[in-house]
Every structure is written in C-alpha cells, then in structure tokens.
Design a protein around this ligand. Sequence first.
Ligand code: BDP
Length: 723
Amino acid sequence: MPRRGLVTLPDPVHPAWLPPEAFRAIGSRRTLVLGDGLLAGTVYDEVADACARHGGRVRRGAEDGPHDLVLALTTAEPLPGVAGEVRPGSAIGAEGYVLARRDGVTVVLADEPAGLLYGLFHVVRLGERAFAGERQAEHHRPAMRRRMLDHWDNVDIHPVMGQVERGYAGGSIFWRDGAPRGDLARVRAYGRLLAACGVNAISVNNVNVHATEAHLLTDRLGDVSALADVLRPYGIGVHLSVSFASPVVLGGLATADPLDEDVRKWWAGVTERVYDAIPDFGGYVVKADSEGQPGPFAYGRDHADGANLLAEALAPYGGVVHWRAFVYNHRQDWRDRSTDRARAAYDHFAPLDGRFRDNVILQVKHGPVDFQVREPVSPVIAAMPATRLAVELQVTQEYTGQQRHVCYLPPMWREVLGFRPWGPDGPSRPDGPDGPSGPDGSGGTAAVTVADVAGGALGDGDGDGDDGGGLVGVSNVGDDPYWTGHPLAQANLYAFGRLAWAPEMDPAAILDEWIDLTFAPATASGDAEPAETAETERLRRTLHAIMGGSWRTYERYTAPLGVGFMVRPGRHYGPDVDGYEYTPWGTYHFADRDGVGVDRTRATGTGFTGQYPPPWSQVYESLDQCPDELLLFFHHVPYGHVLHSGSTVIQHIYDTHFAGAEEAVEARRRWEEAAGLFDPSLHARVERLLDEQVRCAEEWRDQVNAYFFRKSGVPDLRGRRIP
Ligand code: BDP
C-alpha cells in the first residue's frame, strides 16, 4: 500500500493540499469549461492538466457533449441545458458560484471567472462525491470579500529578525539575499494553494519596512509586478507594505507630513506609477508610530490624517490602505501600574471613528495585546461602527510554538470569529441577500459576530463590497520543502482561508478537508480499496487526536489563565516567567507571594474593562462572572481564589501544566504508533518536532510550576514533583 504523504516535486517542494491525486475524480471525466477571462483560462488549464494525468477530456467553448462536469460563466451563450436551469433568479455575486448536479451532470455556474475558480476547487474537495447522485443547487459565496495573508518577509536578511520576521519555515518564497528569488514556479504553486482555500490577496513584504524594502514602491516596483503577474491567474491581488516616511526616504522631500501639499502630490504620483505597472494592485499596508516605525505623530497629526493621505492616493484606482491598529508605546515604565498596553489600540483609534475614508481598512489584531494563546477579543472591534475593520490573526506561530509545536489554531479563531461583541442580545445582522447562505453559511438573524463585522454587516449594505475589511492572517509560509516548517502547520494556513470564506465552519470539519486533500486523496475520490479505507480512518483518527485539541494543550502548559507572555524575550520561544516582567514592553503578570494577574478593572485597575460595551464590560469587570480562561488577563487574584471549575488558581496552574505536558507525550506516542501510515521523511520530520515539543512542554511545566510554588509556598494537592 502506498504510504500517504505529500508527493515530492522536484525542487524539492511538497505540493501540500493539492497533490495530483486530488484531481483524480475530475481528471477522469468529461468536462466543459465555458467562459472567457484569465481565471476561466486557469480553470481550463487545471482541468486539462488533471485530464492529461487521469485520462479524462476537457473542452472549452464548444458543447460537443455529453459532459460529466460543466463549469460555466452565466454570460456564456448559449448556456447548456442543465446549466441554464440551475441559474438562480438573483445575482450569484463576484466570487460566488452555484453548484448543482442533475441528470448525471455536475454544474458549476458563476457570474465572474473568480467564482468558476472557487467552484472548481469545491469540486476538487468533493472528489467522487461531486459525481454521485443528485445535488440541489447550492449558492456559495464568501462571507468576506477580503481574505488576505500578510508576509512579514524582508528582501534583505535583517540582522536581528532574519529574512522572514517571526518566520519558522525557512527563507522567504519571494526574496533571497536582497533580490527576488526568481523561482516563480514556486510562487505560482503557492498562489494555487491559496486559491484552493479561498485566499485572494497577499502583501509581499514586512510591515516593518526596512531600507531595501522601502524601494519596492518605486525603483524596485518591477519585482512586485513580476509577483503580481504570477499570482493573478489564481485571483490573488498583490499589496505592498510601505513606509510612512517614503516621501522623505525615497522622494527626498523634507517632510512626510500628511497635510503637506507636496507630500500628497508625491503619493499621488508614486501611486499612479504603481497602477501603471500593476493595474489590479491591491493597495498599501501600513504600520505607523509603533515599535519604531515612522508615522503621522512626528508631524502632530493623527492616524486618520495619515491613513487618509494614502487612501486619497489609492482611491482613483480602487485600491485600499490597510492601516494597522497595532499601535502602542513600547517604552512603557513597568513601575507604573496605571499604564496598560491592552488599552492602546482603543485609546488611539476609537476617537477617530468616522474620520477614515471609505478605502481605509483599519486592521485590528484579534486581541488587545499581541497574539497570545488566549486573549479576549479586542474592544476596538465594537468601538468603530463607522470604520471598515479587518481582523488580523497570526497564522505564523510566534507565540504558539513557532511551528515546532503542533498547535492547530482554528478552534481559537473560531471562538474569535463567533464572538458577539455586543453580547447575545446585541444588534442582529441583516439577513439580506449578502448574508451567507447554503451549506457554508448559516444565514439567519442572530446577533452580530466578529466575523460579521469583518464581513461588513455594519456597513451601509449597498452591496458595493466596500463595507467589511475582511480577515487578514500573518503568513506561516517560507521556502521550506513543507512550506510551513512543521508539516502539520499547513493545516493552519488552509484553515485560515476556509474560515475567511466561511467563518461558521467547524474546525474539525476543516481538519478533515485538509487531511483528505493532503494525505488521503484515495478516500476523497471514493474509489479506495476497503483495506485502504481502514488505514485512512486510522490516519484520520491519528491526526485528529494529535491536532484537534492541540491549541488547548499548548495553552495548558504555557502562561496560565489568559495572563500571557512568560516567554523568552526577543525570540518568544520557550518559558521565561519573568522574562518581560521588568521591561518596557508592557506585558506583565504581576505575580508576588500573594497572587497573580493584571487588574484591568475600572474599580481598582487600569480601566480597560470599560472599553467594552455591555454585557462584556460588566462580565469582565466582575470577578464572579469573568470566564476562568481570562481571569488573570482582567484580575489580580490570590493564589487561593476559587475558579468556576472549583479548583484554586494555584492548583489549576499545577494541574494544567502537568496535563498539558502529558498531552504532548501522548501526541508523540500516537504519532510513533502511526509510522506506517505516512511518507517516511514526513513522519521523521514530525517525530523530531514532537520530541522538541515534549522537551519544551516539560520545560514550561517545570518552570511555571516551580515559579508559582516558590512564590506562593502552596504545595500541589496531589503531591507531584515540582522542581
Ligand atoms: C509582534 C511581533 C513583531 C511584529 C509585530 C507587529 O513580535 O515582530 O512586528 O507583532 O505585528 O507580535 O507589527
């Protein structure tokens, strides 16, 4: 029996979730592709390639049937019979498609070529199931129009951050040693992977814009344009991180003041040249006045002035500026307990609501601090109803094990996206024609969620697509043969795209999709031998056991109860309980002999809880109501404080740290047991990483437990060994 794994391409690059076998069901059939345009051409090429491998045939533009699969644009004339019949009364929408099966023909119908492409990948996911029985017409469309990955890639190797800032998968797939890599085949393969999970935009350089990278906007624009050319056939738009100081550092002006007329002209001229080179350019990403990046504060202006300057330059071309809300003072005085980094984004931005131009997207990290394993949802998300918001997730595992630990993040993302910023009785989302429907969405009028805000539910609903800011993920991809370093971290990338398309999806179902596409195409195509099916079941069970609960496992052995950090400063890998405690970074736990946690209440603390609307302002303010998992984020409590779970804080720390480390050992055992199921080199790579995860989890357990035992003097009720 062939071992399941990522088939090796020359290079060596593993094709991740689209191995050729994933196209067997389509490639062995008769397909008709109808429609013009670049992306319709991609669809045709994909099917033709699959047919060349698997013996089917594909026609374009001429209906000399019969066909098993018709992929057609609604504009095609004439539409073949079945395709015409499944055409809905209303518009299908820019990236949407209708999928149906009647009289032995599977039909994908789309208004625009992008919809055809997404429909094709839907058929790929279904495999043989796409060609069985009848299928009522299902209308699919993305919950978010903008589904974007930000690469924190430097063109040059940065002396401290390396090539990819917070990258754990090797070098950049775009840049090497100060120049484009030139390996555009790999970039193309990447675009294909992204399209297959629904991503439609990327930014190609770090938000911390260093000297070389700044030039991508001007004299090195050709490098960006080359990437755009390769990604365009997969419907992926290219964005660029730019320095707010560009008029000075690139343009030789004396100022970058957003209200200066020459500065405005400079941005207008530069942006015009960008669109000459890349007509479908997406726009700019900006990190300003944060962690040393230049911004409007230097000129006494605010973030609305800064963002609107760039938005004005982009507006004539339909471009957007992603202005990041990750703005805080990284030179905090740790002795001053009234300052609170968690407050910063809201304090800076909430007062500016309503002042941003339509094509400004305020990009907000999902939590108020910085991508910790557990944070509350950022209060900014409820505070700016008149601003387009994008929610930013970190797919790269900076604080969640750096792609050495298995940490399947969708359960966390699902909680974030499903969170109701105004509570369960908050405003309802409009159940209009733009709401999600069909199997990918729930429809209905339930209270607005974070996903709804990012999808534009609070906008004017005029359907012009300019309401929501969408979902943005910090990419976890590099030039590693497995793309993401840890082969199992690919699932996070895949799931990011799927959740941006359909935020209601169950993380376990996404994991199944990824497993089927990546490891078990035989099952996906349904023509597996029975023995193989049993093996596939084992493989699936193994991966669910190791990955499904891995986010909570990681949470158990690291910083407890939402308090965050406790990582080694700088690299952010491994434990160092007091590593940041007496530093200017604003990330403290305040443990002393009596207790631990950050008092962020209005009554006695930093007042951060007051940034939430009801009911959350009260829930988080109240020691009784605050959820256990966020207790130390919001409150400073004695070690003997009893949680809702019935355990004390100190006993909870001991118990979860023992349990988390044991779960890591158990994951390694499951993986060892499954050796025969996977490609040997993939198996060996994951095994080595699990060894490291077990080692590191035990280090976390011992340091955290010893630290709190020594601080509190309270022994473990179960008498386990604490160093
Ligand atoms: C932090 C990272 C830092 C990034 C920053 C950001 O440690 O490298 O530059 O986020 O989001 O988490 O800009």
